[in-house]
Design a protein around this ligand. Structure first.
Ligand code: FAD
Length: 305
């Protein structure tokens, strides 16, 4: 996982897709259209988010159970420990394991007051992401992903503190880190170099956020401590009411980012899909991740000429 130039696009590249648990029947239908369209791309796994404080426990559980039961994809369950005792979190782990789940994305979660609020661990709970990894490991030999922050976590005073926390997660058994989304690949590359210098050798998988709505992404980025470069804002300027052009620009931006990362030697990608498939399918296509011809669904109702 150093940086070596790649010329073999598509060879050995692996992808994973992140979904959120649907709130309504309509959203459930949309998610399943997306899952079915992405399944032939044979992702390494797909993951389903978990509301901080357990607010989506039931919906996350239902979604991972269905993916595990009705598709050929392995599902990973996100899990947070904020606002819950160890017993409560352990009960959720046991429930998810009963659905055949062997992969987890272990997170601390944000305080109830929101991102940037003061975090206080539950008095009888797991203290942070690293502690949750240790808890999961004591249950079974799971594949455990954790969060990493190329621009450091907003609560971290500096990169050293941030990377020290990542090191604790790895020492406790994390097998992969997935990054917060970012748009400047140099930031990611510098971060990976720092992480390697700290003696951390697990894959640092870039989290790619296709820009379905620039407004929404910019808003989320400011809360998550991710930087939105001026050039990116400029590209989407004036496209608020032109969804078609917005989508084309978004595909170009994401393709540019991902292809550049491939050039830099990155072989694994995690996509924040927002439960939508279009941009993700296009980007995957460009890096050589494609559905076998016989499984391609005629999405537009007519074949592309
Ligand atoms: P931790 O690693 O425990 O801590 C975060 C940072 O805080 C550390 O990097 C460290 O710098 C600092 N810190 C914490 N404790 C200490 C300490 N004692 N001393 C010094 N510094 C400290 N949230 C959800 O609610 N549900 C999800 O499904 C979800 N999925 C996510 C998936 C990914 C890939 C990512 C990147 C984030 C996700 N989040 C999710 C958001 C996540 O919960 C927040 O970013 C949260 O604020 C931090 O979680 P963590 O596991 O990174 O925390």
């Amino acid at each position: 996982y150093g940086f070596s130039r790649r010329s073999d696009i598509g060879d050995k590249i692996r992808v994973s897709f992140e979904f959120f648990p649907p709130k309504t029947d309509e959203m459930e239908v949309r998610l399943w259209d997306t899952v079915k369209r992405l399944e032939p791309l044979q992702p390494n796994f797909v993951s389903v988010t978990y509301g901080a404080g357990g607010s989506t426990r039931e919906r996350t559980g239902r979604t991972i159970k269905r993916i595990q039961g009705e598709t050929n994809i392995q599902a990973a369950a996100h899990l947070t420990c904020v606002g819950a005792s160890k017993d409560e979190v352990n009960a959720v782990i046991a429930e998810f394991v009963s659905y055949g789940i062997k992969r987890f994305v272990a997170l601390r979660g944000d305080p109830a007051s929101g991102v940037g609020g003061t975090y206080r661990p539950h008095s009888e709970g797991y203290q942070n992401g690293a502690d949750l990894v240790a808890g999961l490991k004591s249950f079974g030999d799971f594949d455990i992903s954790v969060a990493a922050y190329p621009e450091k976590h907003p609560e971290s005073p500096d990169f050293a503190t941030d990377i020290e926390m990542l090191k604790r997660k790895v020492d406790n058994g994390a097998t992969r880190a997935i990054t917060q989304f970012f748009f400047d690949n140099d930031l990611y590359e510098r971060y990976v170099e720092r992480v390697r210098r700290a003696g951390i050798y697990i894959p640092i998988v870039p989290g790619i956020q296709p820009v379905h709505s620039f407004k929404q992404v910019a808003n989320f980025a400011s809360r998550a401590g991710a930087h939105v470069p001026a050039w990116l804002a400029e590209r989407f300027e004036g496209l608020d009411r032109d969804p078609q052009t917005h989508a084309l620009v978004a595909a170009a931006v994401a393709a540019e980012q991902v292809l550049d990362l491939v050039e830099r030697g990155v072989g694994d990608f995690h996509f924040y899909t927002m439960n939508r498939s279009d941009l993700v399918v296009a980007i995957c296509h460009m890096i050589g991740i494609r559905a076998p011809a016989e499984t391609v669904v005629d999405v537009a109702g007519s074949a592309a000429a």
